[in-house]
Design a protein around this ligand. Structure first.
Ligand code: BG6
Length: 511
């Protein structure tokens, strides 16, 4: 990988959890891999009063607990720590930003680096606008936004807006100060190795393209399941819910990469053009149909994977009687030539039985003239299972003959496991994304129109749910969501699948 140029990574929200658990460990791992320029500076910014030493101690603990090796090399840390600084800042104060700017300039001057800046907004969304305006003012004072030397870029964490109009407003605000080429909207799923591998799988192999369409694919399932609840994020989550928190971004991105047409080139513009077309081709769901195509659930009291909960409504920060969903299952149609009539079933939730993110592509059954008459039941259709996490890799489910004199058919798996094939732990998504931000590569970030197009699919569903008379259906922690989620797919004669399903029985056929 290319090494990043010298720059200043300015992290807003630096005293928060994301910085400690993800951003700082990613910076440490980039340094360990030799991918950070030796004159990189990290400036943590937040409202909490901290001095440099206490911030460095937090960073060291974060790197020790969450970096790839779960440890810190003292020699490397001694090189990195003096480059980490902290500035207490009121996000609404232009004076504070001007002080911050002076401080960064003097640090850059002292270390002889370059004043390229990567502003990383990892704050609650309410702080985005004041921060963008205040950075914008600094840029305007310098006259620097357009000429891009030294460059100034902004990485903006999710959620990017709350619906299409708020996403548009945020885009407008960003574009008032930054050209689109300098705006990096994060969806950390795009930084995951297996998600990037989706494009390699589809476009570096010739066997998929001829069968990757409605003629051969019966349906696609995407599951992103978590075993934990909302934890201490109840305040944020209650305003968001699973549809906004997971479907609009992570699941839609997985779906877009599975569904999109081959891009004209492997550049950010061409790839994102194709993803936008997918979102625009999704069959609109009228608010009145929201409950039919988008099932919602909320976890009650119970236990999943050894963790007990008193139920979503008892979580800290959750409003009394909240109807926010912690589970969504959806059926979506992409009305274009490739996918005409092929359903995409999507599912995500908290407190489900296993932490698992995967895509299952189910192929149509073969014309069964050969086996239909002789076998006790139809042979199994083929599945391609793309495991995003855990056990990153993919599996083909095929039918094989059980050795012996009988004609017995058993589903077998051909497995590719990253861990054993490449013998490395894949880098964390944030490592890749921070590096790409420094390198100016937008391929794995969401474009402004893409965010708006994804919200345009979600908005009518939220509207329909808000008008609905029934609240989300309660489900027991440790189960795969409410009953209606099963009905959604089973009434179509299909069923939810995921790796780890019990082995299918052998099918006996007469010779
Ligand atoms: C975040 C959501 O974007 O993704 C969280 O806000 C969720 O609610 C998380 O837990 C899941 O990410 P991952 O990488 O653990 O699958």
């Amino acid at each position: 990988m290319a090494q990043a140029p010298a720059c200043v990574l300015v992290i807003f929200g630096a005293s928060g959890d994301l910085a400690r658990r993800k951003l700082i460990p990613a910076v440490y791992d980039l340094a360990r891999e030799g991918l950070l320029h030796e004159r990189t500076l990290v400036v943590g910014v937040a409202r909490t009063a901290l001095d440099n030493d206490s911030f460095r101690a937090v960073c060291r603990e974060g790197a020790a607990s969450f970096s790839r090796g779960r440890s810190v090399d003292p020699a490397l840390w001694d090189l990195l720590a003096p480059r980490i600084h902290y500035v207490t800042t009121d996000y609404g104060s232009a004076d504070d930003f001007s002080r911050l700017d002076d401080m960064i300039r003097s640090l850059v001057g002292r270390c002889g680096g370059a004043d390229n800046r990567l502003y990383y907004l990892s704050t609650p969304p309410a702080a985005f606008a004041p921060i963008i305006r205040n950075i914008g003012k600094l840029l305007a004072d310098r006259g620097a936004a357009q000429d891009q030397v030294p460059w100034q870029r902004v990485i903006i964490e999710k959620p990017f807006g709350y619906d299409a109009p708020s996403a548009r407003a945020l885009n407008d605000l960003l574009h008032a100060y930054f050209p689109e080429e300098s705006v990096f909207r994060i969806d950390h799923y795009l930084g995951k190795e297996t998600v990037q591998n989706l494009m390699v799988l589809r476009f570096a192999n010739s066997i998929f393209e001829p069968i990757w369409n409605y003629k051969y694919i019966d349906h696609v399932q995407i599951t992103v399941a978590e075993t934990l609840g909302v934890g201490d994020r109840g305040g944020y989550y209650d305003q968001s819910g699973a549809l906004r928190d997971m479907v609009q971004n992570h699941i839609f991105q997985l779906m877009a990469l599975v569904a999109m047409e081959p891009p004209a080139a492997l550049d950010a513009q061409s790839i994102r053009d194709e993803k936008v077309k997918v979102f625009r081709s999704i069959r609109p769901v009228h608010p009145q149909q929201a409950e039919r195509y988008f099932v919602r659930g909320q976890y009650g009291a119970g236990e999943a994977a050894g963790v007990r909960t008193a139920g979503y409504l008892k979580e800290k920060g959750v409003a009394t009687g909240s109807v926010t969903e912690t589970f969504v299952a959806a059926k979506i149609f992409i009305d274009n030539w490739r996918w005409s009539g092929t359903p995409f079933y999507l599912r995500t939730g908290k407190f489900l039985p296993r932490k698992i993110s995967e895509v299952v592509v189910r192929f149509r059954s073969p014309p069964q003239t050969l086996f239909q008459k002789q076998c006790e039941s139809p042979v199994y259709p083929n599945d391609l299972v793309i495991r995003v996490q855990p056990d990153e890799g993919l599996s083909w489910r095929l039918n094989g003959k059980v050795p012996g004199g009988q004609l017995n058919i058993k589903p077998v798996a051909m497995d590719f496991l990253y861990r054993t094939t490449f013998n490395v732990e894949p880098p964390d998504a944030y490592e890749r994304l921070i590096l790409d931000g420094m390198l100016g590569d937008q391929t794995l970030f969401i474009r402004g129109d893409e965010a708006e197009a994804a919200w345009a699919v979600i908005d009518p569903v939220e509207k329909g749910w808000a008008r609905a008379k029934t609240p989300p259906q309660e489900y027991a922690p440790g189960t795969w969501g409410p009953k209606k989620a099963n009905d959604l797919i089973e009434l179509d004669g299909r069923r939810w699948m995921h790796s780890g399903d019990e082995a299918q029985p052998i099918i006996a056929c007469a010779l």
